[in-house]
Every structure is written in C-alpha cells, then in structure tokens.
Design a protein around this ligand. Structure first.
Ligand code: SF4
Length: 267
C-alpha cells in the first residue's frame, strides 16, 4: 500500500527545497501524501523527492528512538545528529551509545561554542536559567539553538520525532512545514502517532530507550530542567516546570518571534 501510493506521488515534483512547492496553494503537498502512508512510506517518499541531505536531530527520547529504528528500516540516506548541551542526563548518554551500537550508526554531536558558554555562565551563573525566562532562553540559545543551526547547515530536510498530542501547541503543526528561517523542509513522520503506539513499537522491536522513561520521565531534555511527571499530568509538564507559561518550548521548534508554524504557513 505504502509503495503504491509512494509511486503515485513520485513524479509530481511535490518536494523541492523551495517554499513555493510546499505551500498550502501548491495543490499537491507532502502533507496530503503523508496522510496515506505509514512512517516508513513517508521516509521513503521524502528521500526519493527531496533535493539535498536529510538530517535527523535526535534527543534519544522515545519518539526519537522509534524514528531512528524506522529510518534504518526504510534504508534512506540520513545524517544523525544530536545537541550535547553539556547538561544531559547520564542515562541519555547511555542510550546514545546503545543506539550507535545497535544500528551501526554514528550520531554526530554538536556542542555549545566554548566562548559563548563561558560568557553565559559568567553572566548568569551555572544554573541561571532558574532565575528568569529570559535567562532560560539565553541558556537554550547557547546550548541548543546555535548548535542546531550548525547541525542543520546544508540540510534540505530536517526530521524530528514531534507528535501532535505531545502538547496543545504542537497540534498546530503538521507532517511537513517549510522552515523559512533555515530554508529547509521540517518533517515529522510520527506526527499522527500516539505515545502508546510509539511505546508499543519500541517494546515490540526491542529498541533501546532511555531508562528514565521507566521512572516517570516522559519528555527528557537537560537534567536540571527536566523532572518526572505524575500519572495523568501532560507529557511536557516535567520540562521547565517552574515556569507558568503554557507554551513552554526550548526554541528548537519556534519561529524567531516565538510561534510554532503549521504546514504551508509562511513565517
Ligand atoms: S534545557 Fe535548561 S540547561 Fe538545557 S539549554 Fe535549556 S535552559 Fe539550559
């Protein structure tokens, strides 16, 4: 089924690295095609049509582990990258090593620039992110956003493990959008999957996962900014829990003015 639809869309030039061809007015979009495909079919469709490198930025969370597995199964050409912020849990480093061994891949690490990091710590303190939202954003900018830019340099497509039901904000996204700032396609092949479905795949396939998930951590980022959540709490309630703002994101998935952008929407 996936292959049939994949072939049906293949020659329609629906994907290039241009904003025009992924806009809502393009008639045929990747979003339309993705709705009929499973994640492997989506990955194959993307790889066969995108004009340039595909990069997957993984944080080794449950969705990212499932997506790594599916990328390997799909056999597509993809670069794996991660943002090693310097504040990750030891458990995250452990699953990183397990993943490389299991799949025979190398996940390229992007670290903060040393000069910027030294200035940040000098000005705000080692845990300055607790003191204000601005300080937290400044830390994420140095430890995540700038390295992300380097990780995506030259990429035509950016794969992520985002799902719609991770938070109310993320429901405004879609399978594919054009990132006008980075000039690439942002692709979320698991966008319509539930957490339960992801967990089922991880269990069924014996995919390595972060053991913090067994201790109530649903969404896992930097150690000082992540905590376990109680049963029934929203998935991302354990991230930056001391902040009141309900649109808490680290900035990786926001436009420069702080918005999440839905497919075809031009920032
Ligand atoms: S999540 Fe916390 S420690 Fe990590 S970059 Fe953001 S503010 Fe800094």
């Amino acid at each position: 089924m996936a292959e049939l639809i994949d072939d049906r869309w293949k020659d329609d030039a629906l994907v290039t690295s241009s904003e025009e061809n992924i806009g809502e007015t393009s008639g045929i979009s990747l979003n339309d095609a993705f709705a009929f495909l499973d994640p492997i079919g989506r990955l194959m469709l993307l790889a066969r049509n995108v004009a340039g490198p595909v990069v997957f930025t993984t944080s080794f969370g449950l969705e990212d582990q499932a997506l790594t597995h599916l990328i390997i199964q799909a056999g597509i050409d993809c670069r794996f990258a991660t943002l090693d912020t310097g504040r990750l849990f030891p458990e995250t480093h452990a699953v990183w090593a397990d993943t490389e061994q299991r799949y025979g891949i190398q996940v390229q690490a992007f670290h903060p620039r040393s000069g910027a990091l030294e200035a940040l710590v000098r000005e705000n303190g080692i845990n300055g992110f607790y003191h204000s939202t601005d300080a937290r954003h400044a830390c994420c900018a140095v430890r995540k956003i700038e390295p992300l830019g380097r990780a995506l340099r030259g990429a035509a497509a950016w794969l992520t493990g985002l799902r719609a039901d991770q938070s109310g904000n993320r429901q405004a996204l879609n399978f594919v959008s054009f990132d006008t700032e980075r000039r690439l396609l942002k692709v979320n092949p698991l966008f319509d999957w539930s957490r339960e479905r992801v967990a089922e795949l991880v269990a069924d396939e014996g995919i390595p996962y972060n053991t913090l998930h067994d201790k109530g951590f649903l969404s896992i980022g930097c150690a000082p900014c992540t905590r376990a959540v109680a049963p029934g709490e929203p998935e991302r309630a354990g991230r930056w829990w001391w902040e009141q703002d309900q649109t808490r994101e680290c900035g990786l998935h926001l436009t420069p003015d702080g918005r999440l952008v839905r497919a075809g929407q031009h920032a």
